[in-house]
Design a protein around this ligand. Structure first.
Ligand SMILES: *[C@@H]1O[C@H](CO)[C@@H](O)[C@H](O)[C@H]1NC(C)=O
Ligand SMILES: *[C@@H]1O[C@H](CO)[C@@H](O)[C@H](O)[C@H]1NC(C)=O
Ligand SMILES: *[C@@H]1O[C@H](CO)[C@@H](O)[C@H](O)[C@H]1NC(C)=O
Ligand SMILES: *[C@@H]1O[C@H](CO)[C@@H](O)[C@H](O)[C@H]1NC(C)=O
Ligand SMILES: *[C@@H]1O[C@H](CO)[C@@H](O)[C@H](O)[C@H]1NC(C)=O
Ligand SMILES: *[C@@H]1O[C@H](CO)[C@@H](O)[C@H](O)[C@H]1NC(C)=O
Ligand SMILES: *[C@@H]1O[C@H](CO)[C@@H](O)[C@H](O)[C@H]1NC(C)=O
Ligand SMILES: *[C@@H]1O[C@H](CO)[C@@H](O)[C@H](O)[C@H]1NC(C)=O
Ligand SMILES: *[C@@H]1O[C@H](CO)[C@@H](O)[C@H](O)[C@H]1NC(C)=O
Ligand SMILES: *[C@@H]1O[C@H](CO)[C@@H](O)[C@H](O)[C@H]1NC(C)=O
Ligand SMILES: *[C@@H]1O[C@H](CO)[C@@H](O)[C@H](O)[C@H]1NC(C)=O
Ligand SMILES: *[C@@H]1O[C@H](CO)[C@@H](O)[C@H](O)[C@H]1NC(C)=O
Length: 802
């Protein structure tokens, strides 16, 4: 009794003396703190000052109530993992609250540590410390996305008490293993996540996993799993979650997994998406009684959908999208009464949409959240069965051949957040019941045959709308001039609408708009200055094919990175504006812009322009081509055709090392073609026709521009012989040198070029071209007649010998 009391007293005294925690463990934690960088000062309570000495009270530390040993360290980044939509401020905060630096092996002193969580910190690519394998008391170890890189230490195999191990990596950290044998030491493991750890060298991975009797949750997404098919009987009968997505697994390996599925009777969650399976769907999948989540999307599964799909009665979430599977959706799918999500996009269902709605109306329609059937070759019409699907949050029927009207009953799907009906053959008016879908965030009805008035009744009560894409219909917009919409759009597409002659003023209220397409929408207003001072920078701005007049303000438009501006086919006048270096695509062609190229080309000489495509053709630009190309190294396409440019082609254009397509046709350019252009060895198209260029046709064209497909120097003042060197350009398909002062005979090889052969070698053929992302649309003017010659001159093939 007395001894017991003394012992009790002694142990209490120890606790008291050490202010609630064990001294050696406190020291260990302080050493740990000393070695990490703690940008957000998360470990400020880890200190001996101000009566903080009880380490059991420190941030993230959990001690045993009786023995005061440190049991748990919760040091994960407290900021939630953000996706790409996180604001800069949120991402910064996340970065700041990362622990960085080194991990002191003083942690070994925490002899009772059973839980260590360092997830989402930033250890900058250092290896996982070996000594962690010696903290034998560990049961939960979470080092996910903590910035560890390099070889995973085998020593982790000594953690024989481990039940939970998460090493999920970021691909850029290059975390890898050479062998997984050590895993067999984790005989109690239940939860194992090695996603994005490179297992390519671990040829025995499946055999090793097969020896872990308690394994329940297995995540091996993006592990570059080796393909050697292990001849193995899988007995992973406790598995509840199996994620093998993103591994390029082929059927050879998959076979043994599918075979083993028969025994995985507890499987609830199976993700095989983004692999290379190309067989039919194995029958073993349909016998999984407990399966709730099944994703086989983005593979090459083939064959008809089997009626056995109706056996997976516990299914909640099915994703079969993007495979080579064929329809129809079997009637038995109507038995799956627990379904909430069906993602079957990009399958060849080849079915009437109303049949599918009927099948699903059997028992599941009133609880389904998500129905994605985009690009499934669906036909027929949407019927009032739609009203059965009253829980739907997402309906995607885009890219099918659904016809007929949008039923009025669509207004009853009051939970809808996403409605995508674009690229179908829907006819008639937009029902005003759309206006009842007050939860709608994304509405895409573009590229249909819809018509009629769209007014505030339709869109005036959709406060959450972020995306309204309705381009390529015959809609007329009718809203009051002082309308202030309830929504804050990010994307707006009204291409080929009739929005009225005035620039829609309500756009001013849209503070987050970054995509605006109001091309071909019958605007005949002047370009409003407020577009320049718009609250958000645009990424895509298409105002083309209107009657917009007036000048473009000289100061550059604030644009976001990799942005696109299309102002073509308007009647804009005045000088060229400056543009932001962020613009990759700039089309101001076919306007009435005048003056010299300098304001645009020579502005901001100290900055490299991101512009890849520049089209200024079809204006009344004059003066010389300035010597300002050094900052435009990214240009691949330049069109200056149909202007009034004079002077010579400046040598500095030889600096355009990326140029693929150069159009100078129909100006008043004179002089010789500068030798520096022999630097532009990627040129595929060179059109300098209808100018006043002279001299010989340079022989270096044949020597250096070996990728040319189209070369036109027609209607100039070139003289001398056609150099034989042109024959060396194996890719040449169109050669037009007509209407010059050339003498001598046409080199033999020329008759073999495709265009020449096609038009009987006639040198009187005039050709003008447009290059659009690798596709040539060539208009051939022959014998005074215009022939639309719209063809893909295929770069890959050699058409030279017809
Ligand atoms: C310590 O005690 C608290 C309540 O006093 C209890 O909630 C907690 O679970 C105990 N922790 C341990 C590790 O025993
Ligand atoms: C580790 O912490 C993160 C972030 O709080 C949490 O999501 C994760 O579940 C934790 N891991 C374990 C094993 O508890
Ligand atoms: C651990 O921390 C102690 C005290 O700060 C230091 O002396 C020691 O070098 C550190 N150990 C490692 C491996 O960094
Ligand atoms: C396991 O720990 C022992 C010492 O306890 C050590 O000798 C051995 O190298 C470790 N094994 C592995 C695989 O880490
Ligand atoms: C799985 O079966 C193999 C033999 O086929 C056996 O060696 C292994 O121990 C079994 N694993 C479990 C978890 O039963
Ligand atoms: C299923 O498990 C049983 C018993 O462990 C085993 O005999 C059989 O080979 C397994 N089936 C497959 C396909 O692995
Ligand atoms: C499936 O892919 C393998 C290569 O992984 C190939 O050999 C086989 O021909 C493909 N099968 C079909 C039906 O395409
Ligand atoms: C589906 O269920 C039916 C009826 O229970 C059964 O006869 C059939 O074998 C099952 N098919 C598969 C592939 O499991
Ligand atoms: C702008 O819209 C027109 C049609 O109105 C289209 O032809 C053109 O390709 C669009 N421009 C860009 C850059 O997408
Ligand atoms: C943008 O706003 C500033 C200040 O409000 C004004 O000086 C400038 O002229 C505006 N720019 C355009 C193009 O309207
Ligand atoms: C083109 O601009 C000039 C002034 O630069 C103007 O006189 C002329 O009317 C404009 N043409 C058209 C069609 O707008
Ligand atoms: C041609 O290219 C070389 C290197 O690729 C470069 O040094 C030279 O300046 C270029 N010539 C011209 C005229 O830009």
């Amino acid at each position: 009794m007395g001894i017991l009391l003394v012992l009790l007293f002694l142990s209490l005294a120890t606790v008291n003396i050490n202010e609630g925690c064990i001294d050696s463990e406190r020291q260990a934690l302080l050493m740990f703190k000393h070695d990490v960088t703690d940008g957000a000062n998360r470990l400020s309570s880890w200190s001996l000052h101000n009566g903080h000495g009880d380490c059991c009270q420190w941030y993230g530390v959990v001690c045993d109530n009786v023995t005061a040993h440190v049991l748990e360290l919760h040091l994960a980044n407290p900021r939630p993992l953000l996706d790409d939509y996180g604001s800069d401020a949120e991402n910064e905060a996340m970065e700041r609250s990362k622990l960085r630096g080194k991990i002191n092996h003083s942690l070994l002193k925490l002899t009772h540590l059973s839980y260590l969580n360092l997830s989402q910190n930033g250890f900058g690519g250092i290896p996982i410390p070996d000594f962690i394998g010696s903290i034998e008391s560990l049961r939960h170890l979470d080092l996910s996305k903590a910035g560890f890189g390099g070889l995973v230490p085998n020593q982790l195999g000594n953690l024989s008490s481990l039940e939970y191990l998460n090493l999920r990596a970021d691909i850029e950290d290059n975390l890898y293993v050479t062998d997984l044998q050590w895993l067999s030491g984790l005989s109690l493991i239940e939860h194992l996540d090695l996603s994005d750890v490179n297992l390519a060298q671990a040829s025995n991975w499946l055999q090793v996993l097969n020896t872990l009797p308690f394994l329940k949750n297995l995540y091996l997404s993006g592990c570059q799993l080796p393909q050697i098919p292990p001849p193995i009987h899988l007995n992973l009968s406790s598995l509840a979650i199996l994620d093998l997505s993103l591994n390029d697994i082929e059927n050879s390996l998959g076979g043994s997994i599918f075979h083993g599925l028969v025994n995985m009777t507890s499987l609830r969650h199976l993700d095989l998406s983004n692999n290379l399976f190309n067989s039919s769907i194995p029958e073993s999948l349909y016998s999984l009684d407990s399966l709730q989540f099944l994703n086989i999307g983005s593979n090459k599964f083939r064959g008809k959908l089997s009626s056995a799909i109706g056996n997976i009665t516990s299914a909640i979430d099915l994703d079969f999208s993007d495979n080579e599977l064929e329809g129809p959706i079997p009637i038995t799918m109507g038995n799956l009464c627990n379904l909430k999500s069906i993602v079957f996009s990009e399958l060849n269902l080849n079915q009437d949409v109303s049949t599918i709605l009927a099948v699903l109306s059997r028992c599941v329609s009133n609880q389904l959240d998500k129905l994605h059937l985009s690009g499934c070759h669906l036909s027929g019409q949407l019927t009032n069965q739609l009203r059965n699907f009253r829980s739907l949050k997402e309906l995607d029927l885009s890219r099918n051949s659904v016809s007929g009207p949008i039923p009025i009953s669509i207004g009853e799907l009051s939970s809808l957040r996403v409605l995508e009906l674009d690229q179908n053959q829907l006819k008639g008016q937009l029902p005003s019941s759309i206006g009842k879908l007050t939860n709608l965030e994304i509405l895409d009805i573009s590229t249909n045959l819809l018509e009629g008035v769209v007014s505030e009744t339709h869109i005036g009560n959709l406060p959450k709308l972020k995306v309204f894409q309705a381009s390529k219909n015959s809609f007329v917009l009718r809203v009051s001039p002082d309308w202030i919409p309830p929504f804050e759009l990010e994307l707006l597409g009204l291409r080929s609408w009739n929005v009225g002659s005035m620039f829609p003023l309500w756009l001013l209220s849209q503070k987050h708009l970054w995509y605006l397409d109001i091309s071909g929408s019958r605007i005949s207003d002047s370009l409003p200055g407020w577009l320049w001072n718009f609250s958000s920078p645009f990424q895509y701005l298409n105002l083309s094919h209107n009657q917009i007049h007036g000048q473009i303000p000289g100061t550059p438009w604030a644009m976001s990175v990799d942005s696109v501006i299309d102002l073509s086919f308007n009647i804009l006048s005045g000088p060229l504006p400056q543009i932001s270096p962020n613009v990759v695509f700039l089309d101001m062609s076919n306007n009435n812009l005048s003056g010299s190229l300098s304001p645009l080309l020579c502005y901001k000489l100290e900055e490299t322009m991101g512009t890849v495509i520049l089209n200024l053709g079809g204006n009344v630009l004059s003066g010389g081509i300035p010597d300002c190309w050094l900052n435009w190294q990214n240009l691949q396409v330049i069109k200056l055709s149909n202007n009034r440019l004079n002077g010579s082609i400046p040598s500095s254009m030889g600096a355009l090392q990326s140029i693929v397509s150069l159009h100078l046709r129909k100006n008043h350019l004179s002089g010789e073609i500068p030798l520096s252009l022999n630097n532009c060895t990627d040129l595929v198209l060179l059109d300098a026709g209808e100018n006043e260029l002279y001299g010989n046709i340079p022989q270096w064209i044949g020597d250096s521009l070996r990728k040319l497909v189209i070369l036109s120097l027609r209607s100039n003042k070139f003289s001398g012989y056609i150099p034989d060197e042109l024959c060396a350009i194996g890719s040449l398909q169109v050669l037009d040198l007509a209407d010059n002062n050339l003498i001598g005979s046409i080199p033999r090889c020329v008759s073999k070029f495709r265009a020449m052969a096609k038009f009987n070698g006639s040198m009187g053929t005039a050709i003008s071209y447009l290059i659009d992302a690798g596709t040539f649309l060539a208009t051939i003017v022959m014998k005074g007649q215009m022939l639309e010659y719209s063809t893909n001159l295929n770069f890959g093939e050699k058409h030279r010998f017809v």
